[in-house]
Design a protein around this ligand. Structure first.
Ligand SMILES: Cc1ncc(C[n+]2csc(CCOP(=O)(O)OP(=O)(O)O)c2C)c(N)n1
Ligand code: SF4
Ligand SMILES: [Mg+2]
Length: 363
């Protein structure tokens, strides 16, 4: 006799946390605390760099998913820095997969749990099944296997933690590295002052447009409740879900270690990483409209990887951000439109950025 496969349901967290129960504005500020679960399936004791964005993302995703979760991790920083022989920071089952097969491995886990529960060989309920792959894996080497898993609609959450480079092998360029982003494979020089000349691949839109039956969302480590709620929505949905999370890499991007979460907000406020949800029922995109719209220089100047940019590179980046604002259905303020003119940034030739040039990468 086939046994029923019971699915779990994770409640969404209140944006305002405990402050929601308080009446006045001042009180809400004082009592604000998100209702973050106390459990930490991703514990201290890993070996990522201080301020590592992917480690923050791993912690919040697993907090949101809870104890009845299994995780897969393709090769990358979050495999290598989190596993030494007989030692991991996970309190839930975790498995490493080759970099190309995060999607196929996770499909197998999903199909396996489903079959085992139906045959009465696993007591259930159906666990939260998650794979967290780097951008080199999800947007490049393992793109096909994740696309296949989404297409077949396996009941799992497929996450790309995006640090915009192949970090683990020495900060090499990946398809999501931004225009002019310095990596060891995109050095700048006289012949090519920009460094990286190509725009980044729009992975999340590709996943949503290519797999219209899937829940797809973008988020960043700048918005913990948003990140955790999208994790829960992806897991609650029966079928495949994909989440693209912006995760700064302190070593590769060269910034002050305490600025990881701040960068996760500034990239959104600068219009360079739109945060949205795609609803497969209506096939609509729901965009988050940040309350602040900043010039891209507010974001670029915090990172050594952009320290070589010339006025024309900054103007091109502002133009890309302005196109994003329009996509999001937001007005583009005059100051940001004027930033499309290289002459507006001429003074940057004479000024030094707040952070030094990214000379240390790969050294
Ligand atoms: C098929 C294959 N090619 C290359 C590698 C070498 N490799 C190991 S980790 C890594 C970087 C992965 O980058 P990403 O997925 O972005 O994760 P990150 O290191 O940035 O966290 C590479 C290229 C590999 N393991 N397998
Ligand atoms: S190199 Fe970047 S992604 Fe890797 S552990 Fe360090 S900060 Fe994290
Ligand atoms: Mg990466």
């Amino acid at each position: 006799m086939a046994h029923e496969v019971i699915r779990q349901h994770l409640p969404l967290l209140e944006e305002g946390g405990r402050g929601d129960a308080v009446d006045d504005e001042a009180g809400r500020d004082r009592h604000w605390l998100p209702d973050v679960p106390e459990e930490d399936p991703y514990q201290a004791g890993h070996r990522t760099c201080a301020g590592c964005g992917p480690a923050i993302e791993y912690r919040w995703v697993l907090k949101a998913a809870g104890a009845d979760t299994v995780v897969a991790g393709p090769t990358g920083c979050m495999y290598v820095a989190n596993s030494t022989y007989l030692c991991t920071p996970y309190t839930v089952p975790w498995a490493h997969t080759p970099i190309a097969s995060g999607g196929s491995f996770t499909s197998g886990m999903a199909a396996g749990y489903e079959a085992m529960i139906r045959k009465g060989r696993h007591p259930g309920p159906y666990p939260n099944i998650i794979v967290m792959a780097g951008d080199g894996s999800a947007a490049d080497i393992g793109l096909g296997s994740i696309s296949g898993a989404l297409y077949r609609n396996h009941d799992a959450l497929f996450i790309c933690y995006d640090n915009e480079c192949y970090a683990n092998t020495g900060i090499q360029v990946s398809p999501t590295t931004p225009y002019a982003g310095l990596t060891t494979f995109t050095p700048f020089g006289k012949a090519n002052p920009a460094g990286k000349t190509l725009p980044p691949k729009n992975l999340a839109k590709m996943m949503a447009e290519g797999h219209p039956h899937c829940y797809v969302a973008t988020t960043t480590v700048g918005y913990p409740v948003d990140l955790m709620n999208k994790t829960r929505k992806g897991l609650n949905r029966r079928g495949a879900a994909f989440m693209h999370c912006f995760t700064p890499c302190q070593k590769g991007w060269v910034y002050q270690t305490s600025m990881t979460v701040e960068l996760g907000r500034r990239v959104v406020e600068a219009g360079l990483f739109p945060v949205w949800e795609y609803d497969p029922e209506t096939r609509e995109y729901h965009y988050f409209h940040p309350p602040v719209q900043r010039p891209v220089t507010d974001y670029l100047a915090m990172q050594g990887r952009f320290g070589h940019m010339l006025p024309e590179h900054i103007a091109a980046t502002q133009r890309a951000a302005n196109l994003n604002w329009a996509d999001m259905g937001m007005d583009v303020p005059a100051e940001l439109r004027e930033g499309e003119d290289p002459a507006r940034h001429a003074r940057l030739k004479e000024e030094t950025y707040s952070m030094p040039l990214n000379r240390g990468v790969g050294a």
